[in-house]
Every structure is written in C-alpha cells, then in structure tokens.
Ligand binder design. Structure first.
Ligand code: ZN
Length: 127
C-alpha cells in the first residue's frame, strides 16, 4: 500500500445518485486521496436496527479492512433523501445515522466517525 496516501471510508447507500456528491464533499473537506466505499441500500437503517446480523457483520469486516489495511482516518455514515432502502423521513434518518455512528465507534474506537445527510438537491450536510 501507499503509506503516504490518505484513505477514508464511507458506509454509504448503494444509490448511484449519492456516490459522487459524497466523494467530492469528503475529498474537499478532508483532503483524502482515496475513499473506500462500503455500500448497502439504506445502511443507516441496517446499522441502527442491528438485526440483519450477516449484513451488519459484512459491513463490520469491510470497515476493518479499510481501517487496518489502509489506515483509514475517518469513517462517514450516510443517509439520503428518497432512499429506496430506507423510507424514513429526514429527522428519523438522522437519528439512525447517529445510532449507526455509535455502533461503528464501538468497532473502531480510535477512528473518527461522522454522519452525513444528502438532501433533495443532492447537497451533502453534516448530520
Ligand atoms: Zn438509498
């Protein structure tokens, strides 16, 4: 691996509309060289509910590869408007993002975790 390069990680929705906005936002905000993307439909729902055990475990394993192999410095968990995998409205989704951040922080206590919300204009906000 290229140890002088900065990696960060997303746990993002698989929705193609959110990929570039999130990647661009995070590259600008953090100066990261590379972003490892872990995608599921509505990952904030999956992680906050924490009942789809095999999916949650799969996310956990992918996060650990990113942190251990790429020394990822930050993990962003994303929710968005009009999500096919998560029908909840903004307010509830933001709560789910915060719950998800707590779970992922337990997996990776030494890594910074942030939440992001992508609105109806595909603009990215801190959540
Ligand atoms: Zn989605």
């Amino acid at each position: 691996m290229e140890s002088n390069k900065k990696f960060i990680t997303t746990i993002n929705c698989m929705d193609g509309r959110v990929q570039l906005p999130v990647i661009k936002y995070l590259m600008e905000e953090t100066g990261a060289d590379y972003i490892d993307n872990i995608t599921e439909p509505g990952p904030n729902k999956i992680l906050s509910e924490n009942i789809a055990v095999s999916t949650v475990e799969s996310i956990r394993k992918r996060v650990s590869v990113s942190v251990e192999k790429h020394l990822s410095e930050l993990i962003a968990i994303i929710g968005h408007h009009d999500c096919g995998g998560n029908p909840a409205e903004r307010e509830e989704q933001i709560q789910q993002i915060q719950e998800s951040c707590k779970l992922v922080q337990e997996w990776q206590p030494d890594t910074k975790i942030i939440g992001l919300w992508v609105d109806e204009h595909w603009t990215v906000h801190s959540a």
